[in-house]
Write a protein that binds this ligand. Structure first.
Ligand SMILES: Cc1cc2nc3c(=O)[nH]c(=O)nc-3n(C[C@H](O)[C@H](O)[C@H](O)COP(=O)(O)O)c2cc1C
Length: 343
């Protein structure tokens, strides 16, 4: 079953055994001080049969740790914790990238180290509430707008995080520019109301992402750098705006010039097929699609050349990928209603 999806391929310079990607998914285990623990070693190593694992959103700095139970990649102990994860995945024959996720305004002080500022492109709070371990659901707070020099320093924080991810044994990093987190907050005109060179036109709103892409890929290699985008997502209080397609087409053109390893594109909620095809035609690297795929649709999508790899959350999260499940089962990979094993 699924001969195309389950056949080997390459991503960047890496050979991978199939075209199934485990989507980044916060394991939500207790990680005091953001240090990955043995539950995570077990969790990720059990899933090493996916062609590529993208490990969960991980903070590049203390002020990017806005969610409860997020791991980090800025302290020595965090690097040591991740080393155990990558070693176990590699011993089981897998490949693993780390997703670097700065939460920006999608943060709460109770989730972060004491006296940490919540920062964002502009002082625009998200509507709604965020989970905290100490006080349950809490309204979002108003973030402090980053100064221009803080934006430039943030680029270097991503570089440091990416370099430390490689030191921790990851095969590469995925920059999280989706779902309304910091990078996405720069892209979106509602959350980016800046008047400096990082705000206003499309050209300016993509600048922070492109400067980070350039600096990270220079530091660790373009083959080891990917990016996640979610043009039509309304997660974390994002509204649709009239320049969505133009923004992402511009970005895809620019990312192509950096020859990044991959774009990981979230297509739910419904993303116009013309935009997906436009990104595909503009970007010469690997295209990973994610968004409510089952194995049948994934097989057809890859077979028809619309994507190179397909990412799944549900089946990867809910059950380890066993040889039986992957290679001989005729069941679709997607199993709705499965509970997350670790949430
Ligand atoms: C519990 C949970 C945690 C998640 N954590 C992350 C994350 O850290 N980074 C990210 O980019 N997406 C995250 N996601 C989104 C998933 O990667 C994925 O895009 C989404 O669940 C849709 O996948 P599916 O259509 O295969 O179910 C998370 C989703 C869930 C359910």
């Amino acid at each position: 079953m699924y001969p195309t999806l389950l056949s080997s391929t390459t991503i960047g310079n890496y050979a991978i055994s199939n075209k199934v990607v485990m989507a980044p998914t916060l394991t939500k285990v207790h990680v005091p001080a953001g240090i990955p623990n043995d539950v995570m070693v077990n969790y990720y190593s059990q899933r090493a049969k996916a062609g590529l694992i993208i490990a969960e959103g991980t903070g590049p700095a203390e002020n990017g740790m806005g969610h409860a139970h997020m791991p980090g990649i800025y302290s020595k102990d965090q690097i040591a914790g991740w080393k155990k994860v990558t070693k176990a995945v590699h011993e089981n024959g897998g490949r693993i990238f780390l997703q670097i996720m700065h939460t920006g305004r999608i943060s709460h002080p109770a989730n972060m180290p004491a006296k940490t500022d919540i920062i964002a492109p502009s002082a625009v709070p998200a509507k709604g509430e965020i989970w905290t371990e100490q006080h349950g659901w809490q309204p979002y707070v108003t973030p402090r707008a980053m100064t221009t020099s803080e934006v430039q320093k943030m680029v270097q924080q991503y570089v440091k995080a990416a370099t430390q991810a490689i030191a921790a044994g990851f095969d590469g990093v995925e920059l999280h520019a989706a779902h309304g987190y910091l990078m996405d907050q720069f892209l979106h005109p509602d959350t980016n109301q800046r008047t400096d060179k990082y705000g206003g036109s499309i050209h300016n709103r993509v600048r922070f992402i492109l400067e980070t892409v350039a600096a990270v890929s220079h530091a660790i290699g373009k083959d080891r750098t990917g990016i996640r985008l979610s043009p039509y997502s309304q997660v974390n209080d994002l509204q649709h705006y009239h320049e969505i397609d133009a923004t992402y087409e511009f970005l895809a053109d620019a990312l192509d010039t950096y020859r990044l390893s991959y774009i990981h594109l979230l297509t739910e909620p419904a993303t116009p097929a013309t935009l997906i095809a436009g990104i595909r035609s503009r970007f010469g690297g690997t295209l990973i699609l994610n968004g409510d795929y089952d194995a049948i649709r994934a097989e057809q999508t890859v077979l028809n050349g619309l994507a190179d790899l397909i990412a799944f959350e549900n089946p990867c999260v809910s059950s380890p990928l066993t040889g039986k499940f992957e290679m001989t089962s005729s069941e679709p990979l997607k199993k709705p209603n499965y509970a997350c094993a670790n949430c």
